[in-house]
Design a protein around this ligand. Structure first.
Ligand SMILES: Cc1ncc(C[n+]2csc(CCOP(=O)(O)OP(=O)(O)O)c2C)c(N)n1
Length: 564
């Protein structure tokens, strides 16, 4: 029997392992929903705002590397997807967005809800097509799925309401999806050039990005041979266990002094799988070897000596036998001492008992949230001061994961991403860390966590303001304005939605409250009244290191924290 466009599309999605589809139904998508209902292979996740579906799909794809799917219907429903899709684009996550569209017969007439959907999705996608005829479906759907997965990005299929339920002609059989794996290896002479520089010895630093994911052992062996500190980008925070002596610290404004010193003081920098955007933190006038799978990234952020194209894992395996043991040990030792001092300082910051009622140190909340979590917990950090607390105070164990909107930088990511990740495995612990501003932005979908019985723990760092923005304003010499928030009682909201919640306003309640939330196995909001005056200290205040802030002002703001 002939299958309809929407039924054929589901067959293709099933073939690549899709089991959940996020969206808000209506209009053109109704036949698609009906096909999902009849099909039985998929779980339809009905979210309350399409942006939630897009962020949730992006998070699933980031965590697994598999295709994730979200939908929005004609015009406004499609527009609501866009911000979450940008998050997927920026982190190279494979997401398919399916949108309904006005009938073919009405297109171009300014019909109800008609938008220029192709242009709307053009910038965010790697593949962006209409299915205007049922016969197109097999090949266009194949290309959409294949392109999203192989290039790592967003594909968009828009299906007019008078096409989605039509039969696909019998002469248009389903196409196989080709996802061949390749391990790209550099040419031997390029590896030898790199080895020649590294074998000169001296102070070598490794900068590890997200491209190092899955290569922890190879990275460590390399660092041991070179006696090298490894500095990490934010996205790579969970690639190696925090406590590893080579895993010295982070780079950038949210990094650590020893991370910055490792970059500033080295003779040779080996950049592995990173497109860290703030060039001002990268050194100049040194030997820089850059390894990346994308040729266009070589030399993009700083002048490099040797550029190598390759996947990190096979490249490191091929490089290792060419390397001699580095006799320089003083450099790593000095940085490790600096790191120990930093860790002790952070321990003091993360002591809950230095807080007061209504002024719980956010660092303590972050640290305890990590220390008390399972070995395989997934943390989702929102944007704002919480990104900084997470970068500094989550001491991840190597098996724990950290996700966020670290390239797109969208406020509000934590709640929907946590929903997406929890849906992948309801038995895995998922903890969303959000400021009050970030949580407010998407909190309508707490009710989705309740509806699908997702035991996510949402920790709201309630400082009653847009803290990060306030710091920006002060540091740029503007008076604080428009940053105060009048918040609801989040614990009551949790209960009103059918979940669980608790207000935590005394430091000594924190451990017990986290324990209760973690063991509840229910959607849980912990409303933690954190100290609104707690400031995030940059690792080193230097001109140009900060988003155009005046140095004098920054010092005024940040020096205060030292005395707290
Ligand atoms: C969608 C979006 N809107 C605005 C911003 C700009 N922005 C960055 S951080 C922030 C405030 C965060 O406040 P809150 O969530 O309360 O966290 P805090 O910094 O106080 O811990 C804003 C508005 C953004 N990054 N994304």
């Amino acid at each position: 029997m002939a299958k309809k466009v929407c039924e054929n599309l589901l067959d293709i999605l099933a073939e690549v392992g899709v089991r959940q589809i996020f969206g808000m139904t209506g209009d053109a998508l109704n036949p698609f929903l009906d096909a999902i209902r009849r099909d039985g292979r998929f779980e339809w996740i009905g979210i309350r705002h399409e942006e939630t579906g897009a962020f949730a799909a992006a998070a699933q794809a980031k965590l697994t590397g598999n295709l994730a799917v979200c939908c929005g219907t004609v015009g406004p429903g499609a527009i609501h997807l866009i911000n979450g899709l940008y998050d997927a684009k920026r982190d190279h996550a494979a997401v398919l967005a399916i949108t309904g569209h006005v009938p073919l017969t009405e297109q171009g007439t300014g019909y109800f809800q008609e938008v220029d959907i192709r242009n709307l999705f053009q910038d965010v996608t790697v593949y962006n097509e209409f299915i205007n005829s049922p016969a197109q479906l097999p090949r266009v759907a194949q290309l959409a799925v294949q392109t999203a997965l192989t290039l790592g990005g967003v594909s968009h299929l828009s299906i007019p309401t008078d096409v989605i339920n039509q039969d696909v002609p019998s002469g248009s059989p389903l196409r196989e999806i080709f996802l061949p794996k390749a391990h790209v290896m550099p040419c031997p002479d390029e590896l030898e050039r790199a080895a020649g520089i590294l074998n000169q010895g001296g102070k070598v630093t490794i900068l590890a990005g997200d491209g190092c994911r899955g290569s922890r052992d190879e990275l460590l062996q390399l660092a041991q041979t070179l006696n090298a500190p490894i500095v990490r980008t934010l996205r790579a925070t969970d690639v190696m266990e925090y406590e590893n002596p080579h895993w010295i610290g982070g780079i950038g404004m949210l990094g650590t002094p020893q991370g910055l010193a490792a970059l500033d003081d080295c003779d040779t920098l080996l950049m592995l799988g990173t497109d860290f955007p703030y060039s001002v933190f990268l050194p100049s006038g040194k030997n820089i070897i850059q390894v990346d799978i994308k040729p266009e990234r070589i030399g993009k952020r700083c002048a490099v000596t040797v550029g190598i194209i390759g996947h990190i894992n096979p490249t490191l395996k091929a490089l290792q036998p060419l390397l001699a043991e580095n006799s320089e040990t003083e450099f790593l030792g000095r940085l490790q001492q600096q790191r120990q001092k930093w860790d002790e300082r952070m321990d003091r910051k993360a002591d809950p008992l230095r807080g007061k009622p209504g002024r719980i140190p956010p660092q303590a909340v972050t640290r305890l949230a990590c220390d008390m979590a399972d070995d395989d917990a997934v943390f989702i950090a929102d944007v704002g001061l919480i990104t900084g607390w997470s970068a500094r105070h989550l001491r991840l164990r190597g098996t724990q994961r950290l996700l966020g909107s670290f390239n797109h930088g969208s406020l509000g990511v934590a709640l929907p991403a946590a929903i997406g990740v929890q849906l992948l495995d309801r038995n895995r612990q998922v903890v969303a860390l959000a400021g009050d501003g970030g949580f407010n932005m998407m909190m309508q979908d707490f009710i989705t966590a309740v509806r699908y019985e997702l035991p996510v723990v949402f920790i709201v760092f309630n400082n009653r303001k847009l803290g990060f923005v306030e710091v920006e304003m002060q540091a740029s010499g503007f008076p604080k304005f428009g940053t105060n928030l009048r918040n609801p009682d989040y614990a009551l909201i949790a209960e009103a939605c059918g979940g669980m919640g608790q207000l935590v306003d005394k430091p000594e309640q924190l451990v017990e409250a986290l324990g209760t939330a973690y063991s509840s196995r229910a959607p849980y909001i912990l409303d933690v009244q954190v100290n609104p005056d707690e400031l995030l200290m940059p690792p080193k205040i230097q001109p140009g290191h900060v988003w155009g802030f005046s140095l004098a002002k920054l010092k005024e703001v940040f020096v205060e924290e030292e005395t707290h």
